[in-house]
Design a protein around this ligand. Structure first.
Ligand code: UDP
Length: 394
């Protein structure tokens, strides 16, 4: 029998869609495309103005008003504010959210987006019965409180720290399970040997290679950091991925025509072959996005974190630094100094860092998450009399 799986996500950044697609494709591969009918729904797009512009507003605010984002994160990072924000979001969007629920019938709902999880759950609980609701937390350590709605049937988390926060905010050990972050099944499969990946990409086969990314939206000082590395004249090949940020790409495309760099520089917009680029590289400079960090770990790449979304990505820095798989270098000159030091230390030392990164990765997490969702897809709808009522505790 076919099971309808509804993924609640948003194209704010690239991580939510990547997580949803990873779980969907693992389920299809494991249980067959005849048995899974999956839909990805951008929750913000289903809300009223201005929330429906969030996919455009999010990269803009991260570029232009990071402090404001940080303030919003910190002021909502307590149960009272989170509850109030979620309630107001629901009240303002009640009609739209209820329509979204009615228009997308499902056997199981999988939420991979923090801020919309509670308003969506409230929308579901406004009906006489609802499908099982599974949250897959896609932040590593400093997980926003919004993730933790004690009404959910299952909450799958990537780390012990994320689990402990769940306990603190009212979820029970029975509701939660530590699994890992979902990374696409094809990611690991596409990790071909470095020489092959470089040949396919047409990159220099011998030079140490630095991959630079900044999330799906190409946020932060990618241009400035690349420029600083070029000006230092480091002997390394550079690949820069600007994601959906067309302005950064145009700027870099123009600049590399005039830069006098001793080694090749390759500039890309939004790419679909991240594993190939990671396989071809020796180290990565990235914003502290959880998806990219986990992919880099699976690919065995030492990590230089050059930027972060304040608040929600702060804990990702601790994750990288505490596991000894990279450093936080929040200024272009700090990135340059680290790259220079790592190049001077030599390939063997880089390789050791990369092996440590591999040891903290969980490439199989996505299969376990797929099994959990499949299990809940077979549970009967939950009638109103069994709804849990408490959203957030303490
Ligand atoms: N990504 C991609 N192509 C690009 C840039 C990024 O496929 O050109 C993917 C990347 O591999 C990762 C996700 O987008 O899976 C970014 O997620 P992350 O959590 O690192 O950051 P976010 O974009 O959500 O802030």
């Amino acid at each position: 029998m076919t099971k309808k799986v509804l993924f609640l996500m948003s194209d704010t950044g690239g991580g939510h869609r990547a997580a949803a697609e990873a779980i969907r494709d693992a389920m299809i591969e494991r249980y067959g495309s005849d048995h899974i009918q999956a839909e990805l729904v951008d929750v913000y797009r289903n809300m009223r103005f201005p929330a429906n512009t969030m996919p455009e507003f999010y990269p803009w605010i991260i570029h232009n008003g990071k402090w404001l984002w940080s303030l919003a994160y910190r002021s909502s990072d307590n149960p009272r504010s989170a509850r109030l924000t979620s309630r107001l979001t629901y009240r303002y969007n009640r009609g739209k959210l209820r329509r979204m629920v009615a228009q997308h019938p499902a056997d199981v709902v999988v939420c991979v987006h923090s801020v919309t999880a509670q308003p969506c759950m409230t929308a579901y609980q406004s009906f006489p019965q609802r499908p099982p609701f599974v949250t897959v937390v896609t932040d590593l350590v400093s997980t926003p409180i919004f993730w933790y709605d004690s009404r959910v049937d299952r909450c799958l988390v990537p780390t012990q720290a994320a689990y402990d926060r769940g306990l603190k905010y009212g979820l029970t050990p029975e509701q939660m399970r530590i699994i890992g972050l979902p990374v696409h099944i094809n990611f690991q499969r596409a990790l071909i040997p470095k020489s092959e990946a470089r040949a396919l990409l047409g990159w220099d086969a011998t030079l140490p290679t630095l991959l630079m990314v900044a999330g799906g939206d190409g946020m932060g000082p990618l241009f400035e950091t690349t420029k600083a590395i070029v000006e230092r004249g480091l002997r390394c090949q550079i690949a820069v991925v600007t994601g959906r940020n067309k302005a950064q790409k145009a700027l870099l495309d123009e600049a590399i025509k005039t830069w006098d760099h001793p080694s090749p520089i390759h500039v890309f917009g939004f790419i679909k072959n991240m594993p190939q680029l990671m396989a071809a590289s020796d180290m990565i400079v990235t914003k502290a996005g959880p998806g990219t960090i986990m992919e880099a770990c699976i690919a065995g790449l030492p990590i230089i974190l050059s930027d972060r979304v304040p608040g929600q990505e702060d804990g990702n820095i601790d994750f990288v630094v505490d596991h000894g798989i990279g450093v936080f270098a929040p200024k272009p000159e700090m990135v340059v100094a680290t790259v220079e030091q790592w190049l001077a230390e030599g390939v063997e030392r880089l390789h050791q860092r990369g092996e440590r990164a591999k040891s903290v990765s969980h490439p199989d997490a996505v299969w376990q998450i797929a099994d959990e969702v499949w299990h809940y897809a077979h549970q009967p709808p939950i009638p109103r009399r069994l709804y849990r009522r408490k959203w957030l505790q303490r």
